[in-house]
Write a protein that binds this ligand. Structure first.
Ligand code: SME
Length: 153
């Protein structure tokens, strides 16, 4: 189990600019390095209404764009609630970008009541993400939000 409190402090120290693009790139690289058993980590951004566009990520090239009514990412954006999927094969609406992905965690990122985007993590291992991973990764997403000016382009 990753030590998420320590990771949150390390990520805070790493994000030393207000530029969201730089911080988004650093955040997904940091998570990919520090959290074991992942095959994809990245951001999707709502740059036009109800559509998620691929942002900075680590892993294989991914699906783009994703409408709010599709996939696990769309469900997170629509419901504004974290989606924790133990086995994507059991989810009819899952969008398979990387055939290796089995478990998925998608955290919505809200800025002043608006869905700014989502942070998506994939693992090749079913049931990879437990409740502690969910709250830990949510805290890392919050470090990114606090560190960044999300009103820039
Ligand atoms: N599986 C996601 C699509 C994004 S990729 O995992 C990078 C989904 O169902 O929304």
């Amino acid at each position: 189990m990753a030590n998420y409190e320590l990771l949150a402090r390390q990520l805070e120290a790493l994000l030393d600019t207000r530029d969201w693009l730089t911080n988004a790139a650093q955040t997904c690289a940091f998570i990919m390095q520090e959290v074991p058993q992942l095959n994809w980590v990245g951001f999707y951004l709502q740059r036009e209404p109800e559509l998620l566009s691929l942002g900075p990520f680590q892993g294989k090239p991914a699906c783009n764009p994703i409408p709010f009514d599709k996939g696990v990412c769309g469900a997170a954006a629509r419901s504004r609630e974290t989606q924790r999927v133990e086995d994507v094969h059991a989810v009819a609406d899952h969008i398979a970008c990387d055939a290796d992905s089995r478990a998925e965690l998608v955290i919505p990122i809200l800025v002043a009541e608006r869905v700014w985007g989502v942070l998506d993590l994939d693992s090749p291992f079913p049931e990879r993400f437990g409740k502690e991973d969910q709250s830990g990764i949510e805290s890392l997403a919050q470090v990114f939000v606090q560190a960044s000016d999300l009103n820039q382009t």
